[in-house]
Design a protein around this ligand. Sequence first.
Ligand code: CDP
Ligand code: CDP
Length: 224
Amino acid sequence: MKKKIRIAIDGPAAAGKSTVAKIIAENLSFIYIDTGAMYRSLTYKALQKQVDLQDEDALADLLYNTTIELKPGSEGQIVLVDGQNVTSLIRESNVTNSVSQVSKYRLVREEMVRRQKVLAKDGGVVMDGRDIGTQVIPDAELKIFLLASVEERAERRHSENLAKGYPSELEQLKLEIEQRDKLDSEREVSPLRKAEDAVTIDTTSLSIMDVVDKIMTLALERKE
Ligand code: CDP
Ligand code: CDP
């Protein structure tokens, strides 16, 4: 049987990566892999264990001794850290505001990329993150780079928070997104960067389904 394709979706925070990746994976009966959840899981555990977030060796040791599982659940993907369900805990602001500090280290990234390559090896995956097209699956059959203005991205997160009944402050969200984008783009090891052969989609004025349709068209072309 022909091997199923691999789709890499990269881009900055709140560009819509996970939302469209999930729909595309479902449409194609592929597996969705949220690599951001893996970095968030390590950050969550480091905060719990009070590991020094400036200490690369300590963070890497912690990761070597941590199992991170991404499993399908009835309401979407479930994230388990050492067997504990941390799906909502890893989305809390203490994790969000520390994750770029943890993800910048070479030893942490090497181990994460090693695990992610294993997850992608059989094909039939939609994987989203920051370095999927450049490091994790550099030979992916389809690479997408999603963009949107920072104002639009902050608005999206703000609406998401309000819909969930969480406290939310638009200007603060915008500052946090800008700060995370800066750290992710300027780090030395595999920074957030568009792969040369990735297709860029600016989603600023597009609906979720507009973006899905564009990617599905490209995916069906590459499937042939
Ligand atoms: O969903 P959101 O855009 O807020 O972020 P995420 O995809 O959950 O990723 C959280 C953080 O993990 C990012 O800000 C990066 O610091 C890091 N990350 C990374 O370095 N490389 C990846 N492949 C995925 C995430
Ligand atoms: O994964 P990433 O951080 O890139 O973004 P996300 O969590 O998938 O999307 C952020 C929010 O933007 C979600 O609430 C989406 O419903 C919304 N949105 C979108 O993803 N794409 C659009 N074209 C419009 C809105």
